[in-house]
Design a protein around this ligand. Structure first.
Ligand code: FE2
Length: 666
């Protein structure tokens, strides 16, 4: 007889203890063990238990294990969450079997040994069979759902609690993140204001009523929101740093002339355009969509154009704003030299348009919904034993759960966005459809995006500086792992699972639109490295950059009104403080927006920072070492960013690796 030493690691999660008897069978290249009972009365949460499994002869190389948990007599059928099983063979080899999922039925579950295997590495017929069976089951468990014509497909589910348990929020996260505006209103001490439909009486009045839950940045915003320099700063380092681009030629529909804009040092607009000192933010994506009606009141959503100038002292300043796309007599070009309220109301309309463009296109579509497509395609097409699964699965945590919640609580018929945002309801969906039709692969890859926007050299662009460093660090890690498993382009082409995975992303995420430039298949190792880098970057860094500062920049409502309830002025000299206050959203709409952004900007206690891998999916030394090096480089970047921030008037923290979550989880 020979003995196998079996060590079972049970996850340290609430309710992961089991009272049910658990059985194991070891399967190797030379045979299989009996189905053995792991003799314990209870397998406790967080426990590490060792057992012995005896066999008449060695089983050869271990290929897989089978686990089952049966209900016993009068005991209830409970759920068990094993993390992994380690087995020491009689030959003293150590085999690790990553599990990391709930077992809550009485079925037999197969788990592969941790060494990554591509489909063409499978030489063992049992391994081949287990691989096929796993994917067959996954295609049943994780279906594609047609959500809305012209939008990415989503997971087929009836709300977050219908998702497989391991994809749902932990108990801790669920209790901390009730994600209802009632919770948000309570935390912000705004209860009672949510049914007050009056307009704000003054800015002081807003200040008095919204005095709770401030952040360093939200305080700064409140103090500086009217200033031109801060208005421009937000295009670089606020929550929406992806719209601004260098402008070499004025758009035809934005007829700003030399005599309108004051540019110092004897220069003029055409000279400054030529020298690359002019920048543009164009909200054309919002053009032509009707604004929402909120509580019976028509709202207003503009599609503005903003021109900015980089002065010789490197400060970026707005120099002209046109609120609608088509130039016309009743669509004046507002200038900093106009009256205080003319200029301020123009900036408020821009900030409100920015809220819609940021939330719908940049945040929701380009991070949440795309990340969901990446997850569903991975779960359906790539088995656990595949190196790509091991690389990407940590970057998918909670994404399906938060998106299911968002579809109900934000975008659903009674969702906050639907009820209280100027672009809510049908318009939200239409703007998103329009956004998807113009999305490109290059715009999802930060180095390409920065180059295409010609934003390489503008000073004080911290999103770009931190983001590019993060991109490079992620790229190096992803490259290390992928090159370890794929030694030639031929191997990439041979990997049918990899090819189906990317094809499904192209088909269900980008609706088979070739002009997006999204790969439809991979022919080289470097194509896969770039795509996987983009996926990890989008799910972690890009989401953090456009998510974490929502309350910082939106908590003081006048800086980011989610809707506006009067049309923009059609002539200069018609706006006063009173009309500005009538234009801003009323009290109840304001506090609903605040409560939501507060909840969505919070860090919960089971947050996993970028580059932390609490689950051991890789069992080979090189990828594990690459993960350690990845973390060291991220820690180093965090120190650099923190040192830089000490000298900044507004610290830019959203891309500090310690504050970036591994996945889209909120
Ligand atoms: Fe988010």
């Amino acid at each position: 007889m020979v003995d196998y030493e079996v060590t079972v690691y049970t996850g340290d999660r609430l309710n992961s203890t089991t009272l049910n008897p658990v059985h194991i069978k070891l399967v190797g290249t030379d045979g299989e063990s009996e189905r053995m009972w792991l003799r314990s009365l209870v397998i406790f949460s967080g426990s590490v238990s060792t057992y012995s499994v005896s066999c008449p002869n060695s089983l050869g190389q271990l290929v897989l294990i089978e686990l089952d948990k049966r209900q016993f007599f009068l005991l209830p059928n409970d759920a068990w969450f094993p993390d992994k099983v380690e087995i020491k063979s009689p030959e003293r080899d150590i085999y690790t079997f990553p599990i990391y999922c709930w077992i809550n039925d009485s079925e037999t579950h197969r788990f592969r040994e941790g060494k990554a295997l591509r489909i063409f590495d499978e030489s063992n017929s049992l391994g081949q069979h287990a691989r096929k069976q796993e994917l067959r089951q996954r295609s049943v468990d994780y279906g594609w759902n047609f959500y809305y014509s012209g939008l990415p497909y989503t997971i087929k589910a009836d709300g977050p609690t219908s998702l497989p348990n391991e994809l749902q929020f932990s108990f801790t996260k669920t209790t901390e993140f009730a994600f209802t505006t009632v919770t948000g209103l309570a935390e912000l001490q705004l209860k009672g204001l949510d049914d007050n439909r009056e307009n704000w009486e003054s800015l002081d009045n807003i200040n008095e009523m919204l005095r709770f839950k401030r952040t360093v940045v939200s305080d700064y915003v409140q103090e500086h929101w009217k200033e031109d320099e801060f208005f421009a700063y937000q295009f670089l380092n606020g929550v929406h740093p992806t719209l601004i681009q260098r402008c070499k030629t004025l758009p035809k529909n934005f007829p700003v002339t030399d005599d309108m804009v004051f540019i110092s040092d004897g220069s003029n607009l055409s000279q400054e355009l030529k020298e690359g000192n002019i920048y543009l933010c164009d909200y054309k994506n919002l053009d032509g969509f009707p604004a929402n009606t909120i509580e019976g009141i028509q709202q207003y959503l503009m599609a503005p154009l903003v021109l900015l100038h980089k002065r010789p002292d490197d400060k970026l300043m707005p120099i002209a704003i046109q609120l609608k796309q088509t130039p016309a007599e009743d669509n004046p070009i507002f200038l900093p030299t106009d009256s205080t309220y003319d200029w301020l109301i123009a900036k408020i309309f821009v900030r409100s348009a920015d809220f819609s463009e940021h939330q719908i296109n940049t945040h929701l579509l380009r991070t949440h919904l795309l990340a969901e497509v990446f997850v569903v395609s991975l779960l359906r097409n790539v088995p656990m034993v595949h190196p790509l699964y091991k690389l990407l699965i940590p970057h998918t945590r909670y994404t399906l759960h938060i998106n299911e919640l968002g579809r109900i609580r934000l975008m659903g018929p009674i969702g906050v966005f639907t009820k209280f945002a100027g672009s809510g309801g049908e318009t939200l969906m239409k703007i998103m459809v329009s956004s998807l039709s113009s999305i490109t692969y290059r715009s999802l890859c930060l180095p390409d995006d920065i180059a295409d926007r010609d934003m390489q050299d503008l000073p004080n662009f911290h999103y770009r500086d931190d983001g590019l460093q993060l991109w490079n660090i992620i790229f190096k890690y992803v490259q290390g792992v992928i090159q370890y498993y794929y030694k030639s382009d031929d191997e990439i082409q041979l990997d049918s699972e990899l090819q189906t995975w990317i094809w499904d992303i192209f088909k269900y995420g980008f609706l088979s639109q070739p002009q997006t430039g999204i790969p439809q298949g991979f022919t080289t190792v470097s194509e896969l490295i770039k795509f996987a880098t983009m996926l990890v970057f989008t799910s972690s860094c890009q989401h953090a950059a456009v998510n974490s500062g929502q309350y910082d920049y939106g908590g003081w409502m006048p800086n980011t009104p989610a809707t506006l309830q009067r049309p923009p002025p059609t002539a200069k000299g018609t706006t006063s403080e009173a009309t500005m206050l009538q234009t801003l959203p009323p009290i109840n709409v304001t506090v609903q927006g605040m409560a939501t952004t507060w909840l969505l900007s919070r860090e919960t206690s089971d947050f996993v920072p970028l580059g932390h891998y609490p689950e051991d999916h890789f069992s080979e030394e090189i990828p594990r070492q690459l993960q350690k090096e990845f973390k060291v480089e991220l820690d180093r970047l965090s120190i650099t960013i923190n040192n830089r921030n000490k000298d900044l008037e507004i610290p830019y923290t959203y891309l500090d690796p310690k504050k970036v979550e591994n996945s889209v989880a909120i």
